[in-house]
Write a protein that binds this ligand. Sequence first.
Ligand SMILES: [Zn+2]
Length: 168
Amino acid sequence: MALPTQIDPRKLALQGNLLEGEIKAVDLPRLESSVSAICGPLKASIQFELDESRAKVAHGTAMVTVETVCQRCLDPVKVDLRAEFAVQVIWSEDHINRVAANYEPWLVVDKMANLNELLEDEILLALPLVNYHPVGECTGETFLEEVEAIGDEVVLDNPFNVLLQLKK
Ligand SMILES: [Zn+2]
């Protein structure tokens, strides 16, 4: 089931609603430009509710598999991203100090909020800066050998070595 894009988070919190569903890869443009490919839809589950101080909050999980480049072997690698989050809805940045320590502020200045953007933000935070294959599945050793071979050539071409050979 597709998640709604535009939601009224305050109403959902008052009603204590649970939203579960998917977002298509094409609707995650910032994630798409950060990875080689998005392998299927993002799946998310978000519980909206009032906390003990009647603040409007939401907490949930978002999961998506992406393909990126292994920084050890430079081959494609699939990475399962998982974000867990807890946010508190606020009307204005002036209210950031009202956000409890265990919540991130979610600035919603209008009645409606874009759920895609929230979930995409959270999953982008879960994306590691560098990614690797698991040990044993990576051909990175080959890559390291190639680097060493290139290193040897660099040593041979070093002008200092030529100078040493001339002295001999
Ligand atoms: Zn690798």
